[in-house]
Design a protein around this ligand. Structure first.
Ligand SMILES: NC(=O)c1ccc[n+]([C@@H]2O[C@H](COP(=O)([O-])OP(=O)(O)OC[C@H]3O[C@@H](n4cnc5c(N)ncnc54)[C@H](OP(=O)(O)O)[C@@H]3O)[C@@H](O)[C@H]2O)c1
Length: 260
């Protein structure tokens, strides 16, 4: 495969950090982003030392309106071209919608949806014109059904799955890839940050290592698979959910997201 440059958001830790290894191992140069500039510098050093590719850290906050556009402008100011866009940065917020923090809920939409649409608006047309590269969107198994007690997060991931599948169809036959990675529970800082470590979700099994999730995500993207669900049990649930009574699904998810 030709050497391309991949922008990976949320690459300072977790799944994004592991995806950075996958794209670097495939020989691509990287632009990595997150808010923590020191963590990004450390990650850039580690990846360059291990894979010998060029890694440029560009810090930025994507949970503010215009964050995606501002990040793209900061990348353009460094004269960098992006061929592959990995929209990975995301946060969750567990708890009932009533009484939740409005800034956290709206910031989640800005980060999980708006910023990645902003970034895709910037890079997607050039990918189609060049007939190469593509996007890898990191959604979640949350995308397949509504999420009582984590309503906005689940809805934000449903938006991303829908957006991503539509791009896959629009890119058909162009050589440009569009994959949506839907991880189930994965070992990272996500649980603590989102507060799902205090829900019944944690009783449902051991999270998948982030490196395994990223390996599956990269392989799925390289094969231009429209949707990549990690883990056999998650794939089975995602396939079954459309055929189950919605009221039953809602009750099941509510039980899973209930406080311990
Ligand atoms: N872990 C899971 O169980 C799981 C399951 C399904 C889907 N996912 C999805 O996988 C993706 C990665 O999550 P993860 O598990 O790797 O979580 P994580 O360990 O918490 O990492 C999140 C990454 O996003 C960055 N980030 C957070 N807020 C940001 C902001 N406002 N602006 C820019 N970057 C920001 C973080 O860096 P900074 O804090 O330095 O900004 C970090 O690099 C997310 O989209 C998540 O929804 C995770």
């Amino acid at each position: 495969m030709a050497k391309l440059t991949a922008l990976i958001t949320g690459a300072s830790t977790g799944i994004g950090r592991a995806l950075a290894d996958e794209f670097a191992a495939a020989g691509h140069d990287l632009v990595i982003s997150a808010r923590d500039a020191m963590a990004l510098d450390r990650v850039a050093g580690e990846i360059t030392a291990k894979f010998g590719v060029t890694v440029t850290p560009v810090p930025g906050d994507l949970a503010v309106q215009g964050g995606g556009t501002a990040l793209a402008a900061a990348i353009a100011a460094r004269d960098l071209t992006i061929d592959i866009l990995v929209n990975n940065a995301g946060v969750g917020a567990a708890g009932a919608f009533a009484g939740s923090d409005s800034a956290a809920q709206l910031g989640m939409i800005d980060l999980n949806d708006r910023a990645l649409v902003e970034l895709t608006l910037v890079y997607w047309p050039a990918m189609l014109a060049a007939g190469r590269g593509g996007v890898l969107n990191v959604a979640s198994t949350s995308a397949f059904q509504p999420g009582p007690l984590m309503a906005v997060y689940y809805a934000s991931k449903a938006f991303l799955l829908s957006f991503s599948e539509a791009l896959w169809e629009e890119a058909r036959g162009t050589g440009v890839k569009a994959s949506c990675l839907c991880p189930g529970p994965t070992a990272s800082e996500f649980r603590q940050r989102a507060g799902t470590d205090k829900t019944r979700l944690v009783t449902l099994g051991t999270p998948m290592p982030a490196a395994e999730c990223a390996r599956l995500g990269y392989a799925g993207w390289a094969a231009n698979r429209r949707v990549v669900v990690t883990g056999g049990r998650n794939r089975l649930m995602a396939a079954l959910v459309p055929f189950l009574p919605r009221a039953m699904v809602l009750k099941m998810v509510r039980g899973m997201m209930a406080p311990l």
